[in-house]
Write a protein that binds this ligand. Structure first.
Ligand code: AMP
Length: 172
């Protein structure tokens, strides 16, 4: 099963010059999605996590079925203002301006082994910020895993935790 064939590329979305890697077509194909989740499960399992963290919003789709499969808890990291109850925030720099993400204060117990999931690693800013937030609430971040990586953008260099991806698109 070549998962690359199930990822649709859409030019100039959300703005001119960006090649968007759309996992909708992967999610819509049950056999390909099953294969993808199995491959992710093998990688994630090797980190021996206690809990999986998914980044809004396609990271939720990636992490939630894995957590169920591996018998682990699932915790959301969202843009500021969307989670109820007491939250811990982390603000990070974008190309222009800043962004703030947050997690519920009791989402991760101190010392829990955490693996972070998202659909795609581009510049690495989102994943690096999520790893920093998880560490801030006491999580022991073991690694991060994405379905897709754009190696030309060197996102890995921003990460201080081990990183794995299933598919790499060069020149993207
Ligand atoms: P970054 O922080 O630059 O690594 O961006 C990663 C986040 O933005 C992930 O949550 C991705 O879903 C999304 N993203 C960035 N670039 C793309 C792209 N070319 N195609 C699809 N999603 C992208």
């Amino acid at each position: 099963m070549d998962l690359r064939e199930h990822i649709r590329t859409i030019p100039d979305f959300p703005k001119p010059g960006i090649q968007f890697y759309d996992i909708s077509t992967l999610l819509a194909h049950p056999r390909a999605w099953r294969a993808c989740v199995r491959r992710l499960a093998d990688v994630v399992d090797s980190f021996e996590p206690d809990v999986l963290v998914g980044i809004e919003s396609r990271g939720f789709l990636t992490a939630a079925p894995l957590a169920l499969d591996l018998g682990l808890g699932f915790v959301m990291v969202r843009k500021q203002g969307k989670l109820p109850g007491r939250c811990i925030t982390h603000t990070y720099d974008l190309e222009y301006g800043t962004d703030t993400i947050e997690i519920q204060a009791d989402g991760i117990k101190p010392g829990q082994r955490v693996v972070i999931l998202d659909d795609l690693l581009a510049t690495g800013g989102t994943l690096a910020a999520t790893a920093a937030l998880c560490a801030k609430v006491g999580g022991d971040v073991q690694g991060a895993v994405c379905i897709i990586e754009l190696p030309d953008l060197k996102g890995r260099d921003k990460l201080s935790v081990p990183f794995s991806s299933l598919i790499q698109f060069e020149g993207g």
